[in-house]
Design a protein around this ligand. Structure first.
Ligand SMILES: *Cc1c(COP(=O)(O)O)cnc(C)c1O
Ligand SMILES: [Zn+2]
Length: 413
């Protein structure tokens, strides 16, 4: 389409052609897609975007594909919910939830990144796609890969939630369960990716895959009436989503779609896996890897590939970070359900619990517009809640038994 200039090293700036590569040969820095913003500014406008279908491809000029979309034609454009009940509990003036618990078809924001990755994999001519996953990516690659007609190799850590395993297997991929944690799975996949000509969506296709996360940020701006929020809270695994949400705001500003930009970006992690929030709290970009131990398995990356860049965005925008315990995650999942009717997975609990702490410490100001990103659906991580919900009432199939129980309920027993 002529809107993409090539790949560019984030460290030394060296340029590369558009190929399935991800690391600079000279300095080992990560490669990122470079666009021709001048030509893009002339090609799209608010009006043009608004006239398009409500899926993530409405921002196609700012996505790294040349031809027609090959995946995700019904993905994206999830609701931005004005969360007044939750705002009241938190003491915030104006709060919105970006609700990616309902992305089509696999109910997490990974539908976004996979839509771009698989479209690019088709353009590159691959017939097999693969990934190293903390769960949601496995689900999304399995589903979109089936629809797009790819052979699929999905690598996951053995500790994954049962529902994410079933949700992936149903699409018939080759599911490889590795006895190790995510960071070990990822290391293995780097070796496999060197040997086989497969499109590993989060390894050799990563520069393209990661751009898909920008669509979440574009949607927030459009759905706020073409304004960026004052605060945005983002859960971090590798840190890629956070950096790309910031990039989406900046791009909209650069091409003139957004007038002002003074958003503070906040990072949310689990206390049992907090390499990024720890760095931010210590006022450094240096990420110290950890061994994850948290119920927030989709965020359990101990050695985050984009941690350095995520911490830099947070520090440069005047945001901050928080990490939260398993109990705080569970309490936040319940609070979100009770106030807004949204059942989030553990990552959503992390985001809300961290937001709460950021408000309490005064890091996140109560005035202004705050958006929190809820990135995955609670039906996928139900075992985390076992023993933490209300109990159902068991009765016999007759009115007397029901009324006996009703009496107890009324008495508050
Ligand atoms: C993958 C994932 C994230 C964060 O991903 P990054 O690696 O930081 O881009 C957040 N929430 C959920 C539910 C996820 O599956
Ligand atoms: Zn370089």
């Amino acid at each position: 389409m002529g809107h993409i200039k090539g790949l560019k090293c984030r460290e030394c700036g060296r340029e590369y052609p558009i190929e399935p590569i991800y690391v600079c040969e000279f300095c080992f820095g990560p490669l990122e897609v470079a666009y021709d913003y001048e030509s893009i500014a002339g090609a799209i406008s608010r009006k043009k975007i608004e006239s398009r279908q409500q899926n993530l491809w409405r921002y196609k000029e700012l996505l790294p594909v040349d031809g027609e979309p090959q995946a995700g034609l019904n993905s994206g454009f999830t609701p931005l919910i004005k969360a007044d009940a939750l705002a009241k509990v938190l003491g915030l003036d104006e709060l919105y939830i970006k609700d990616d618990t309902v992305v089509h078809p696999t109910l997490s924001f990974k539908d976004r990144v996979v839509s771009i990755a698989l479209t690019k994999a088709k353009e590159f001519g691959f017939d097999t796609v693969a990934c190293a996953s903390t769960g949601n990516l496995a689900h999304a690659v399995s589903a979109h890969g089936a629809m797009a007609g790819f052979k699929r190799f999905i690598f996951i850590p053995a500790t994954l939630e049962a529902s994410k395993i079933v949700a992936s297997l149903i699409y018939g991929p080759n599911l490889i369960v590795v006895d190790g944690n995510y960071d070990e799975v990822n290391r293995l996949c780097s070796e496999v990716a060197n040997k086989y000509r497969w499109a590993f969506v989060n390894i050799n296709i990563r520069p393209f895959y990661a751009e898909g996360s920008k669509t979440l940020g574009f949607e927030i701006v459009e759905q706020l009436g073409w304004k960026a929020p004052d605060n945005v809270v983002v859960p971090c695994a590798s840190g890629s989503l956070l950096t790309k949400i910031w990039k989406s705001f900046r791009e909209f500003k650069d091409i003139g779609i957004l007038k002002g930009l003074k958003t503070k970006v906040f990072a949310a992690q689990a206390a049992g896996c907090s390499p990024i929030s720890t760095a931010i709290k210590n006022d450094t970009d240096a990420i110290r890897p950890v061994k994850p131990d948290t119920i927030a398995k989709s965020l359990a990356i101990g050695n985050p590939a984009d941690g350095f860049y995520a911490s830099r965005v947070v520090r440069e925008t005047g945001g901050y970070a928080e990490d939260v315990t398993d109990q705080e995650i569970i309490d936040a999942i319940k609070l979100l359900a009770k106030t807004e009717g949204i059942f989030a997975e553990t990552a959503g609990g992390v985001t809300l619990a961290a937001t709460r702490k950021l408000i309490e410490s005064g890091r996140l100001k109560k005035d202004g517009v705050t958006v929190i990103c809820i990135t995955g659906n609670g039906l996928k991580t139900q075992e985390a809640l076992q023993g933490h919900t209300m109990k159902p009432y068991h009765i016999n199939p007759n009115l007397a038994s029901f009324e006996e129980t009703l009496g107890k309920i009324k008495k508050g027993q």
